[in-house]
Design a protein around this ligand. Structure first.
Ligand SMILES: Nc1nc2c(ncn2[C@@H]2O[C@H](COP(=O)(O)OP(=O)(O)OP(=O)(O)O)[C@@H](O)[C@H]2O)c(=O)[nH]1
Ligand SMILES: [Mg+2]
Length: 530
C-alpha cells in the first residue's frame, strides 16, 4: 500500500492494467474495498480503505481546482463482488463533482475484471445528472482521459454561460422543502422570487420538495441536495436561497456539502431591508435585527459564516460588516439598542405632540407592494417613493390631508407586511410600528390583482393582531382595480364589504374619502343629518 502513495499514473487512461491488478490483489487479500484519489496529472493524492461493500471519501474541499467546474480528481476503487457502480458511488460523483467515478470489479480469483465508469453531464433537457458507461474489461479499456475532460468542462462551461445574467447580479437557486402542499410551496416560492428580485438576486431555477419527513441536517433529502448541486454546477449558481428558515447547523451543513453560499428567507428579507434603509432609525433597526438573527449563528465560527459575509447576506447598512465575533456582536447590539432608545424617545415626543394636536390619525397598512405609498401620494399630492418592488418603503411617512369644512387628518404610510415576517425584524421595528397604535383608523389596503389576495389579507390581519392593533377601527380597501374586470371587483367588494379604488387614478378615491370622513366624524355626520 505504501507503494501506491509514491505512484503517479503515467498514462492518459483512467487506470492502467497494472495498477488495476495491484488494487484488485490488495483488496482481495484484505477483503475490503480500496480506493485511490487521482489528480489530473496522475498523482495519487490518497489511498482509501473501505469495508467489504463501501468506502468513505474524506473531505475534498481543499482539492478544489476549478471553482465552478469539476474537482480535478477521479476516484478509482475496487468492487469485491464485481458489482456495478452503486447508488452511493453515483451520489459521491455528483456531490463531490469528481472527474470520473470508476470501480474495478474483482474476480473470485483476485484478478481485475471489468471497469465501471460514470461521469457528470452538462446541462441537458432531460435533467440527467450523470452518464453511466457500459462496463469494459480492463484489457479492452480505451478511454483517453485528457481529451474527454477538456470537452466535458467546455460543455459545462457553455451551459453555464447561457445562464449568465447582466450587471453582475448573483444567481440563485430557490429551494423549498416543507410538509406543506406543493401548491402552497409554489405560491410561497413565487414570493421568494420577488424578494430575490428586490434584493437584486437573479433566480435561475427553483426546486420544491414535499418529503415525508424533513431531513434534520439538510432540510431537504440527500437525493434532492444532489440535484441542487448538479443544477448549481450546470447553471453556475452563486447561492442557494431557502424559503424556510434554517437553523445555524443546517446553514453550516448545507454550506459544507454544497460549497455554496446559503441564505434563508429571513436573511433575504433582512438583506433587502439593509439595502434600502435610509433614515438612521431604519438603519439601526435593520442592523439590530440582522445581529439578533445571526447572534446564535456567530457561536459557530464556521466556514458557513465566513461564506455568508461576502456579497449578499453580508451587506449591512452603513459601516458595519458582520464578521464580528460574539463579544463584539454583543457590544454592538447593546450600543445600537441604546441609540434606538434615544431615537425612539424623540419619536415618542413627536407622537405626543401629534396626539395633543387632536388631529385624527389614519394609518395605511397592508401587504408589501399593495400600493400604500402610491395611495398616500395620491391622497396628499406628495411624492413618497413608490416602486414595483417588495419593501419599497421602510420608513414611516406622514402627511396632512384636508377635507372640506376645515377638517384635517394626519395620514401615515409605513413598512409593508409579509408572511413569515421575521420576528427579529418585527421586534426591531416595534417603535415604528408602535406608532400605528395612535391611529384612529387603519386603512387596510389590498392589491386586488394579486392571485393570492385572500391569503395576504389573512396574513395582514394576523400581524395586526400580533401588534395589538385589532381594536382600532379598520377599513378594508381594495386597490389596483384598474387591473381586473369590473364585475370581479364588484363581486369581491360585496363579499368583503369593502371599498374599491385605484391609487393611480385620483378620481376613484372619492368613495374612500367619503368613508373616511364619515368614520372619523361620526357624531358630526349624525348631528348634521338630524
Ligand atoms: N395598476 C396599478 N398599479 C398600482 C396601483 N397602485 C399602486 N400601483 C403600483 O404598485 C407598485 C407598488 O406600489 P407602492 O405604492 O410602492 O406599494 P407599497 O404598498 O407602498 O409597497 P411597499 O412599500 O413595498 O410595502 C408600484 O409599481 C405602483 O405604481 C393601482 O391602483 N393600479
Ligand atoms: Mg411603500
Amino acid at each position: 500500500m505504501e507503494q501506491l502513495y509514491r505512484r503517479k499514473i503515467k498514462s492518459d487512461q483512467v487506470i492502467t492494467g497494472e495498477l488495476a491488478k495491484q488494487l484488485s490483489a490488495l483488496s482481495f487479500e484484505i477483503g475490503r474495498q480500496i480506493g485511490i484519489l487521482v489528480g489530473r496529472d496522475g498523482t495519487i493524492y490518497s489511498v482509501l480503505i473501505g469495508n467489504e461493500r463501501e468506502i468513505l471519501i474524506p473531505d475534498l474541499t481543499n482539492l478544489q481546482f476549478g471553482k465552478k467546474g469539476l474537482r480535478g480528481v477521479r476516484l478509482i476503487h475496487t468492487h469485491l463482488k464485481n458489482e456495478p457502480l452503486s447508488e452511493d458511488d453515483l451520489t459521491d460523483l455528483a456531490l463531490l463533482r469528481l472527474d470520473i467515478m470508476a470501480a474495478v470489479g474483482v474476480l473470485p480469483s483476485g484478478n481485475p475484471d471489468r471497469v465501471y465508469l460514470a461521469h457528470l453531464c452538462p446541462a441537458n433537457p432531460q435533467g440527467k445528472v450523470f452518464e453511466i458507461l457500459p462496463p469494459v474489461s480492463i484489457q479492452q479499456m480505451n478511454f483517453p482521459l485528457a481529451g474527454f475532460l477538456a470537452s466535458l468542462e467546455a460543455e459545462l462551461e457553455s451551459g453555464q454561460k447561457s445562464h449568465q445574467v447582466a450587471n453582475g447580479q448573483e444567481k440563485a437557486i430557490l429551494i423549498s422543502a416543507s410538509l406543506k402542499s406543493h401548491i402552497a410551496q409554489e405560491e410561497s416560492v413565487d414570493e421568494l422570487a420577488e424578494l430575490a428580485r428586490a434584493a437584486r438576486i437573479f433566480p435561475i431555477d427553483r426546486l420544491i420538495q414535499r418529503p415525508k419527513a424533513l431531513h434534520p441536517k439538510y432540510l431537504l433529502g440527500e437525493g434532492k441536495l444532489k440535484e441542487v448541486i448538479m443544477k448549481a454546477l450546470q447553471k453556475q449558481a452563486d447561492l442557494l436561497v431557502f424559503d424556510q428558515n434554517l437553523t445555524p447547523l443546517q446553514v453550516k451543513a448545507i454550506g459544507e456539502v454544497t460549497e455554496m453560499k446559503v441564505l434563508d428567507r429571513t436573511q433575504l428579507i433582512l438583506d433587502i431591508f439593509a439595502q434600502r434603509a435610509v433614515t438612521r432609525e431604519a438603519k439601526v433597526q435593520v442592523e439590530l435585527a440582522q445581529l439578533r438573527y445571526r447572534f446564535p449563528r456567530l457561536a459557530e465560527r464556521s466556514t458557513a459564516l465566513s461564506r455568508l459575509t461576502g456579497g449578499i447576506g453580508g451587506r449591512g447598512p452603513g459601516e458595519t460588516r458582520l464578521e464580528v465575533d460574539r463579544r463584539r456582536a454583543r457590544d454592538r447590539i447593546a450600543r445600537l439598542e441604546r441609540e434606538l432608545e434615544s431615537l425612539a424617545a424623540s419619536r415618542a415626543r413627536r407622537r405626543i405632540r401629534r396626539v395633543e394636536q387632536r388631529i385624527p390619525i389614519i394609518s395605511i397598512v397592508g401587504y408589501t407592494n399593495a400600493g400604500k405609498s402610491t395611495l398616500l401620494n395620491s391622497l396628499t399630492e406628495s411624492d413618497v417613493k413608490t416602486e414595483n418592488l417588495l419593501f419599497a418603503t421602510l420608513d414611516t411617512s406622514t402627511r396632512r390631508l384636508r377635507f372640506p369644512r376645515e377638517r384635517e387628518v394626519i395620514i401615515t404610510d409605513t413598512v409593508g407586511f409579509i408572511q413569515a415576517l421575521p420576528p427579529d425584524l418585527l421586534g426591531a421595528f416595534r417603535s415604528t410600528l408602535d406608532e400605528l397604535k395612535d391611529a384612529h383608523l387603519l386603512i387596510h389596503l389590498v392589491d386586488i390583482s394579486s392571485p393570492h389576495y385572500q391569503h395576504k389579507i389573512e396574513t395582514v390581519e394576523s400581524i395586526l393582531t400580533d401588534l395589538e392593533l385589532s381594536a382600532i377601527p379598520r377599513l378594508l380597501v381594495f386597490n389596483k382595480i384598474d387591473r381586473i374586470h369590473a364585475d370581479m371587483v364588484r363581486a369581491i367588494c360585496k363579499r368583503y364589504n369593502a371599498i374599491a379604488i385605484s391609487s393611480l387614478q385620483r378620481e376613484t378615491l372619492n368613495p374612500l374619502l367619503f368613508e373616511i370622513e364619515s368614520q372619523l366624524w361620526k357624531e358630526s355626520v349624525s348631528l348634521q343629518s338630524r
